[in-house]
Write a protein that binds this ligand. Structure first.
Ligand SMILES: [Mg+2]
Length: 159
């Protein structure tokens, strides 16, 4: 299976509204841990908050889309200035994608997944039939993260 992301950026804040509009993207499903903030951090960086608020002001919807089963995604959504979040998303399964799209009345063609993991976030986009942006993990904080990152290298370094 092709697990290559459509695009790669270092940080979410590097993804501009102009770029997304040019590509016809109207809604981002954004992973939380190591994409919006390091694991266990209670809030995103100011730069990340400013980025999400700018996208919203530009007419692009941001949905925090996380496998986290707690209320953490909701708290992040509030801080980012978006009311949209999906927790316990069961990525890479795509069964909660319709629920996410219904929140913003967008179609799958306008949707792009953003995340730091190939086997979770990029695979989700393939299962859903939408586009994807891979970002660098903010911080590899434990051995599991490092092993997982190493397994992803063949897809990370292509293109
Ligand atoms: Mg992640």
């Amino acid at each position: 299976m092709n697990l290559l992301p459509d695009w790669k950026f270092e940080r979410v804040s590097d993804i501009s509204a102009d770029f997304l509009k040019k590509e016809g993207i109207g809604v981002l499903l954004v992973d939380l841990d190591n994409t919006l903030a390091p694991y266990y951090h209670g809030s995103p960086a100011q730069k990340t908050i400013a980025w999400a608020r700018h996208l919203k002001a530009s007419g692009i919807d941001v949905i925090v889309y996380s496998n986290n089963k707690t209320e953490r995604p909701r708290g992040f959504a509030e801080l980012l200035g978006t009311e949209y979040y999906v927790n316990h998303a069961r990525k890479p399964h795509a069964d909660k994608i319709p629920e996410a799209l219904a929140l913003t009345h967008r179609s799958i063609d306008e949707c792009c997944v953003v995340g730091d993991q190939i086997f979770t976030d990029v695979l989700l986009s393939k299962n859903a039939g939408c586009r994807s942006i891979l970002v660098e993990p903010i911080k590899l904080a434990n051995p599991l993260h490092i092993v997982r990152f190493a397994l992803e290298l063949p897809w990370r370094h292509t293109k």
